[in-house]
Design a protein around this ligand. Structure first.
Ligand code: TXA
Ligand code: MG
Length: 326
């Protein structure tokens, strides 16, 4: 049996170093979402992450590194476009899937010949990684299938007892997971939309392909499992006016998550407007916290508005669509 930890929250990097060096799991802040970190080169440590999250072993983890120059330590091959993207956007919300070196455990990559690498931008976490002599394996710090955490409190609410320490770096800057890309024959493919927009990537490497390859069999970036990021309440996604008619519920029984304007039909305390100024970046930053808040209300369902499908709006729509599918 797994022992139950007394989980503490703090800003002490030395404490995080201590627990990680001892092979334990520590929650860390990143600019995207909080991660559940452990020694990424140690199978027993990685196993503890899967256990704490209740995550299936077929879903590989991202390896978090401290510098662009560390790419060669874990990637057997770095295509020219991968290098350009790393140099342009690291540290930042971009994950590169590359052929792995044998030092990377198969447990981390779920047996895939590739490893997902990312250099996070949060200053505390960068400092932490640079004090360790190993990179950090870290999935988002939520139980498998639930909404990712964007504050230390979110992590504590769901993971207390599973780990000794949560390093508190404040609310996440971006609020959505990283964009994941892979490389084939000189082409770049976006496997998961995220905090780095397609538009930004294309400015550096030209046109990229979007979506999974269909001939691979099984999910390529299994964060792509359909019912991911889901709140406990039923969620419907689309045009709010249309949804309000379709659900046929009295307005007191629904909660609404909208982009920039409130809906007068629904009581104000059951609505969250993500950005009154219409900023997609602000909306992304507030998204997961808002979903958690609405999930606590005594309503029948949550109606979430579809966002403009551009910039980080693409990733917002992706997460809401997944939260909606059952
Ligand atoms: O922003 C983020 O990426 C956050 C922070 C903590 O860094 N991490 C995160 O990890 O979102 P996670 O485990 O929730 O999602 C990682 C995704 C999964 O969908 C996984 O399937 C995919 O990365 N992935 C990992 N290794 C892969 C590989 N070798 N090939 C394809 N996809 C991979
Ligand atoms: Mg996740």
């Amino acid at each position: 049996m797994k022992e139950a930890w007394t989980t503490t929250i703090g800003r002490d990097i030395a404490k995080a170093v201590h627990w990680l060096a001892a092979g334990e799991v520590v929650a860390i802040p990143t600019e995207t979402v909080y991660g559940l970190a452990a020694n990424g080169l140690s199978e027993p440590a990685i196993r503890k992450i899967f256990a704490a999250k209740n995550r299936p072993f077929f879903n590989p983890l991202i390896l978090h590194i401290g510098d662009v120059s560390w790419l060669e330590r874990y990637a057997a091959e770095v295509p020219e476009k991968a290098r350009r993207l790393a140099e342009a956007f690291w540290p930042g919300p971009l994950t590169l899937v590359l052929p792995k070196k044998s030092v990377v455990p198969d447990l981390l990559t779920a047996g895939h010949p590739t490893v997902a690498l990312r250099m996070p931008r949060h200053p505390m976490t960068l400092q932490l990684i640079r004090q360790l002599d190993f990179p950090l394996a870290a999935p988002s710090a939520n139980p498998f299938g639930y909404i990712s955490p964007t504050t230390a409190r979110h992590v504590h609410d769901q993971m207390a007892g599973q780990l000794p320490y949560i390093l508190d770096g404040g609310p996440c800057d971006i609020g959505l997971e990283s964009t994941i890309v892979s490389f084939e024959n000189g082409n770049v493919r976006m496997l998961r939309p995220g905090g780095m927009s397609r538009e930004a990537l294309e400015k550096v490497v030209g046109p990229i392909t979007v979506g999974q390859t269909s001939d691979e069999g099984g999910p390529q970036a299994p964060g792509m499992l359909k019912s991911h990021y889901a709140p406990a309440r039923k969620l419907f996604f689309g045009d709010i006016e249309t949804l309000l008619e379709a659900v046929q519920l009295p307005p007191e029984q629904v909660a609404v998550l909208s982009f920039s304007k409130p809906y007068p039909q629904v009581p104000a305390e059951q609505q969250i407007v993500l950005s009154l100024t219409g900023s997609l970046d602000d909306a992304a930053k507030n998204l997961f916290d808002a979903l958690r808040t609405l999930d606590q209300l005594p309503v029948d369902c949550i109606l979430a508005e579809e966002f403009p499908n551009e910039q980080i709006g693409v990733a917002i729509n992706d997460r809401l669509r997944r939260a909606a599918s059952e």
